[in-house]
Design a protein around this ligand. Structure first.
Ligand code: MSP
Length: 515
């Protein structure tokens, strides 16, 4: 039996207190790219995203909007669903924590933790930040400009005293450290891993996992005065979606543990400390990887609701085009680092990398084939060393990309691919096929064949990033749907001479500033 290749990747589930902005689109985009890459590489993929609908923060936002929480969450959750289509995201499932399947899973994990002896009832007296939905100890707080106590994230905190169930997190420190040791790539990038390890080494306190001062959430089984802490509720979504508590289900069997939980750096601790501790305590396996990406600023400014400078991905798409936005977000900033959105950089990437480098390469080569080779792929003569080197570079790219994508090095994969684009442009200039038309038409045919074949490979490999545009190039090359997977990369899938070509249309237009 061939080995089953499965891949389960998740985005964080988004709070429905606000409209989606570029930060949300970014996290899901990275997952979309990885999910598409794996599908094309023959994996059975489960790509999950969704909305985090419980908790005090959402309850307050609903009240501020004058709506009951369910109506409010229905509306805002829909905005996140709409973004999926607008960004061409290929998620396989969309989870809402208000769904019955999720309540069932959240209550089941609670019971498993309780049965394991890891939950006890006590009183909580301490600081809570509604914006972060997080508890803070006194020594973590910082002083704001007016001397007011703030969370280390800058969020407001309030003093809370109420009966609360606790999870014995303090008992899990050593086991977590042993787990990080045994799984050195569990947290990426490495600098983030080091931060988490030193946090856990510093000692863990038991975690309050229920609240009694509001109602909007999953009731604690057996004591309905308590609502489950929204992070315990939310994290469980990753196993709800693979049928937990039915651990015998096929979905659970093939997809759990997840391959990648993609998160922003602000929520790494919840995913890399609390979540594996909950899972291990419940007798379940921890995920294989948590990758923490950085944060975007807007023209140097922190994106915030109060300054109203959030970038709406729909506006960017309307102005620059979808694939241009997808490419920019994945290429501009090394994945894992913080990054700044600037209009100048957006235009630069659109015009230099896409319109000039990849777009022109494909447009000028396919136009030459169309005009000079009777609108069909020419039959090549024997390849020269230069031809073979050029072809081989495009064939070798797949293995490089696999290595990079397996560590979520999306920007490095793009750099590698665009190096081959640059090589192909140098090859066109060096071989100057336009000059061969009269002197050596057969050689011209060979050069154009090599180039069209390189473009085929480049377009196939570009599909995860710029799916619409790559599809247009593959359409022009008359490649069927079945001929677009990574199994066709290389000589075995090479273009067949005589294949008719559609009239090439430019795929990556230049951006010109309106007057
Ligand atoms: N609901 C929690 C996640 C629960 S997962 C079990 C949450 N939601 S969120 O809507 O506030 O944030 C979701 C994601 O968006 C986070 O990964 C966060 O890092 C990301 N971003 C929000 N603003 C961002 C930027 N300005 N830049 C990049 N990503 C940012 O946290």
């Amino acid at each position: 039996m061939p080995e089953l290749k499965n891949y389960y990747i998740t985005t964080p589930i988004y709070y429905v207190n606000d409209a989606p902005h570029i930060g949300h689109a970014y996290t899901t985009l990275a997952c979309d790219v990885l999910a598409r890459f794996k599908r094309l590489d023959g994996y059975n993929v489960n790509f999950l995203t969704g909305t985090d609908e419980h908790g005090q923060k959402v309850e307050k936002s609903a009240a501020a909007a004058g709506k009951d929480p369910q109506t409010f969450t229905d509306e805002v959750s829909q905005n996140f669903r709409d973004l999926l289509g607008a960004m061409n995201f290929s998620n396989d499932d969309f989870i809402r924590t208000t769904e019955a399947r999720h309540t069932k899973a959240a209550q089941a994990i609670w019971k498993a933790l309780e049965e394991a002896g890891d939950i006890y009832l006590d009183n909580y007296a301490g600081w809570y930040s509604v914006r972060d939905e997080a508890f803070y100890s006194e020594d973590e707080l910082v002083k704001g400009a007016d001397g007011k106590k703030l969370a280390p994230t800058g969020a407001e905190v309030e003093w809370v005293e109420e009966p609360s169930y606790f999870f014995r997190l303090s008992a899990w420190g050593d086991k977590l450290l042993a787990f990080y040791d045994a799984n050195p790539d569990f947290i990426l990038p490495e600098t983030r891993r080091n931060e988490v390890v030193s946090f856990v080494r510093g000692g863990l306190r038991d975690l309050s996992v229920s609240r009694t001062s509001f109602n909007w959430g999953v009731p604690v089984p057996g004591n309905e005065d308590h609502i489950m802490y929204v992070w315990l509720d939310a994290l469980t979504n990753y196993i709800t979606a693979v049928d937990y508590p039915d651990t015998n289900s096929e979905k659970y069997q093939i997809f759990w543990p997840a391959d990648v939980h993609m998160v922003g750096k602000d929520i790494l601790r919840f995913h890399a400390v609390y979540w594996p501790a909950f899972l291990m305590a419940a007798g379940l396996e921890a995920p294989k990887r948590v990758f923490a990406h950085g944060w975007w600023t807007n023209e140097g400014e922190k994106i915030s609701k109060s300054t109203g400078n959030a970038i709406d991905p729909l506006d960017l798409i309307a102005e620059f085009g979808l694939d241009q936005v997808r490419y920019f977000l994945m290429r501009e900033v090394p994945f894992g680092n913080d990054g700044d959105y600037s209009r100048t950089a957006m235009i630069q990437r659109t015009n230099a990398d896409l319109a000039n480098d990849f777009g022109n390469l494909s447009q000028r080569v396919l136009s030459m084939v169309f005009k000079n080779c009777d609108a069909a792929i020419p039959a090549p003569q024997a390849f020269t060393d230069e031809d073979n080197t050029m072809l081989q570079q495009s064939y070798d790219l797949l293995d490089k990309l696999r290595t990079e994508y397996d560590r979520q090095g999306i920007h490095r994969a793009l750099e590698a691919q665009w190096r081959v684009v640059a090589e192909a442009n140098r090859y066109v200039d060096a071989q100057a096929p336009w000059g061969l038309k009269k002197t050596d038409p057969e050689r011209m045919g060979t050069v154009l064949y090599v180039l069209a074949e390189v473009i085929r490979n480049l377009a196939i490999l570009a599909q995860p990033i710029v799916p619409g545009s790559a599809a247009k190039i593959l359409d022009q090359l008359q490649q069927s749907e079945e001929a677009r997977g990574f199994d066709t990369i290389g000589a075995s899938g090479a273009l067949v001479a005589g294949t008719p070509l559609d009239k090439p249309e430019p795929v990556f237009p230049r951006f010109v500033e309106p007057d």
